[in-house]
Design a protein around this ligand. Structure first.
Ligand code: S3P
Length: 207
């Protein structure tokens, strides 16, 4: 059983040369899986994180849409949430079998026991935690999230926070995403990852 300091907040900072960007020469040996609610910034942070670590980036929602040949909204409308969750579980299982990469997951993915177990076994998870106001502000930019159409988005998000935050807390590390520039959040994620013990993560030369 690997000890990853589960749930520890990434308040700790790792001393480094200020001229060397966080992540230089650091290569995770497992895929980094970003979890968190809609609007937490999993895709935008994940993309930047991957770039910084020199790893491929993949977004599980995008992969699901490619596999299904339609949008997530259409999957929810035509086949229902259960079919979406089945697809999500299969897609993330497959992504975790691939070479090390950064994987942004949909907000509900880590709630699935099988997916969570697979992430714990093969990946290293990062919960991007954000407060309600920030999430609300971010999700209001796009209207393509089926769950948020089920009621007042603020109430829906508050309900999901209550239900999901205790489970997201099982992630290997937690990073608070305030309204900071994305690169600052990426630095915090990398420093938190570097603070995890091997064998999950190793330092090594750039590929
Ligand atoms: C969902 C989040 C969405 C998407 C789907 C369901 C959820 O992804 O997977 O609409 O259950 O929270 P994002 O978190 O990327 O918005």
């Amino acid at each position: 059983m690997l000890n990853f300091n589960r749930g520890d907040s990434a308040a700790a900072t790792v001393a480094r040369d200020p001229l060397t960007p966080a992540g230089a020469g650091f290569r995770p040996s497992r895929s980094v899986v970003l979890v968190g609610l809609m609007g937490a910034g999993k895709t935008s942070i994940g993309r930047r994180l991957a770039q910084r670590l020199g790893l491929p980036f993949v977004d599980s929602d995008h992969e699901i849409e490619t596999a299904a040949g339609c949008t997530i909204e259409t999957i929810f409308e035509m086949y229902g949430e259960r079919a979406f969750r089945d697809c999500e579980r299969r897609v993330i299982g497959r992504l975790l079998e691939e070479p090390v990469q950064v994987i942004a997951t949909g907000g509900g993915a880590f709630m699935d026991t099988e997916t969570r177990d697979a992430v714990k076994a093969r990946g290293v998870s990062v919960w991007l935690r954000a407060d309600l106001e920030l999430l609300l502000q971010r999700v209001s930019r796009r209207a393509n999230r089926p769950l948020l159409k089920r009621g007042d988005p603020k109430e829906v998000l508050a309900g999901l926070m209550a239900q999901r935050y205790p489970v997201y807390a099982e992630a290997d590390v937690t990073v608070d995403t305030r309204d900071a520039p994305p690169d600052v959040t990426v630095d915090t994620v990398i420093e938190a990852l570097q603070g995890l013990p091997p064998p999950a993560l190793t330092a090594g030369p750039a590929p």
